[in-house]
Write a protein that binds this ligand. Structure first.
Ligand code: G
Ligand code: G
Ligand code: NA
Ligand code: MN
Length: 253
């Protein structure tokens, strides 16, 4: 209740900002884009991490205005980077199932694209596997997202919905291997087998794969050996505020 009121006020006062975690080609170390992650800076409580407020935002419906702000800010800052000459960066935005249920979702997305001027081909939505089980009109909504030219990735892939068959029927572009399979991949044969299976599946049905949670050089080596091309994680960089992210770009070039 207390936190809910604080969250309402935070949306009115705009106490949020975004951090960006680099995504790289792990073979060449080339920067390919970034994942936007929301942060809440409360005037008295300090930084409140998303695990403490995203589910509350979802259950109260506040994720609708908050999610719209996150999307707009992600697109705006990415367009700004493009205009500064960093033209080939895509931005991934986490989208909650509650946002997809919003009947005005597609309209709002279109409006954000129009207003920020970001070419939709540089925008990606990260959706957790659970939405493919939860949401009734998943296919048609995702198809509309796709029709806007936006990419779709399945976040935390491998941890949720037990059936793989949905992948074949859904308009998705990228599988994002969950960090739990990356964490011990250098020492655990099961994790290696799972990652290899995901890579083979993706290859067969024409999807991209990215790994999250890369923390060690051993992770990079083992993932590369299995044929993985893209990744993100603390090994490369933690999520960064926009100015620090721009510094990262400059040092990466
Ligand atoms: O960096 P990290 O602590 O940011 O994120 C924790 C969790 O919060 C992530 O697993 C992610 O699912 C969620 N999260 C972070 N940023 C966003 C966001 O912008 N939108 C949504 N819906 N979830 C987010
Ligand atoms: O749920 P989602 O996968 O969107 O959230 C990603 C979460 O993982 C964020 O909280 C982000 O800050 C965190 N994260 C990013 N890179 C790493 C990493 O290398 N190790 C760990 N443990 N967490 C990471
Ligand atoms: Na994500
Ligand atoms: Mn994830």
């Amino acid at each position: 209740r207390l936190l809910e009121n604080a969250l309402r006020q935070a949306i009115i006062d705009n106490q949020f900002y975004l951090e960006y975690q680099p995504k790289l080609n792990i073979a060449t170390n080339e920067l390919i884009g970034m994942e936007a992650l929301v942060r809440w800076k409360h005037p008295e409580l300090g930084i409140i991490p998303p695990v403490k407020f995203i589910s509350l935002a979802e259950s109260t419906g506040l994720i609708i205005p908050l999610g719209e702000w996150i999307l707009r800010e992600s697109c705006r800052q990415t367009k700004e980077l493009h205009d500064k000459g960093y033209g080939n960066l895509s931005v991934s935005v986490n989208i909650s199932v509650r946002q997809l249920e919003d009947p005005y979702f597609i309209e709002k997305v279109q409006k954000v694209l129009d207003e920020t001027g970001l070419d939709s081909k540089w925008l990606e939505f990260e959706l957790t596997e659970s939405i493919f089980a939860d949401l009734k009109n998943t296919v048609s909504i995702l198809q509309e997202v796709r029709n806007l030219g936006i990419q779709i990735s399945v976040d935390d892939f491998g941890t949720g919905y037990s059936s793989l068959s949905y992948i074949k029927h859904l308009p998705v572009d990228t599988l994002k291997v969950d960090q739990s399979f990356v964490k011990d991949i250098h020492v655990n044969q099961e994790s290696q087998a799972i990652v290899l299976a995901v890579l083979n599946l993706a290859k067969t049905i024409g999807l991209n794969v990215i790994a999250e949670g890369i923390e060690l050089e051993e992770h990079v080596d083992k993932l590369s050996e299995k044929g993985l091309l893209f990744g993100q994680g603390y090994y490369y960089s933690k999520p960064l505020k926009s100015d620090a992210f721009e510094e990262f770009i400059n040092n990466n070039n």
